[in-house]
Design a protein around this ligand. Sequence first.
Ligand code: HXC
Length: 257
Amino acid sequence: MSEQLIEVVDNRGVLRLTINRPQALNALNSAVIETLEQILVELEGRDDLRAVLITGAGEKSFVAGADISEMQDKTPAEAREFAGKALRTIKRLETLPVPVVALVNGFCLGGGCELALACDWAVASDNAIFGQPEVLLGVIPGFGGTQRLPRRVGPAMALDLCTTGRKLEAQEALRIGLVNQVMSQSELQDYADTLSKQLSGNGPQAVRSAKQAIHDGMDQDLDSALALETGLFALCFAGGEQREGMTAFVEKRKPDF
Ligand code: HXC
């Protein structure tokens, strides 16, 4: 079942997860969310993991939101349970110890935009469309959008998007900092290779520590966060990576991490 709803391709520790419900524009129903959680639980135990990329099947949609037909008859208690399960899964994705990147290959709406916001960064194809259109359906974002969107793009832009429900094209998403880069569909398909090449030259523990410093530090005051950075910086000198990296520089060769 997991192969059908989410395809997993492992490229030397760079995992590419493809949400595979193109007939519903990859909308997130309970089965997709449960499958994603199972995959993430397995990934949490992998020491060789270098990065995770998440995308949608086809060239039309990343994820067009939570599944509206599944939600339409829910009671408040059922809606709370549905949102809670998705929030827990998305948190697992966000807190993986390696870079997690959204490859946004088309519609990125509602819960899809919230999924992308839980990634460390997003890159988008030039046909991507973003938005938090929940208010058009009489609801608000429930997969973390009201909290992660203002943290990424600022409260004024988040309020604009969450109250008007308007859609953004890729270039506006780039301008407001919702995505880091915009590229063609074919470049987006090659991004797993691009990222593997970039990361394979870097110390894997250093990459994890950089993520940890930024994530944990964002929740702290500046002085505590700087102390956190110093602690993690010093720890880099406890393993073999720093010795190899710096020795390789001095010896004018590539490091072998
Ligand atoms: C269920 C969906 C869906 C969704 C699309 N589909 N989005 N099914 N949930 N979120 C289905 C359609 O019903 C249709 O199925 C098929 O996918 C193709 O979609 P079309 O509408 O025919 O395509 P198109 O005309 O190109 O329009 C694309 C679209 C539109 C603009 C993306 O589908 C759309 O507006 N979708 C809803 C977007 C949205 O409101 N997302 C936020 C959801 S609320 P059939 O069977 O007819 O072919 C949300 C809340 C999160 O995410 C928090 C919850 C706790």
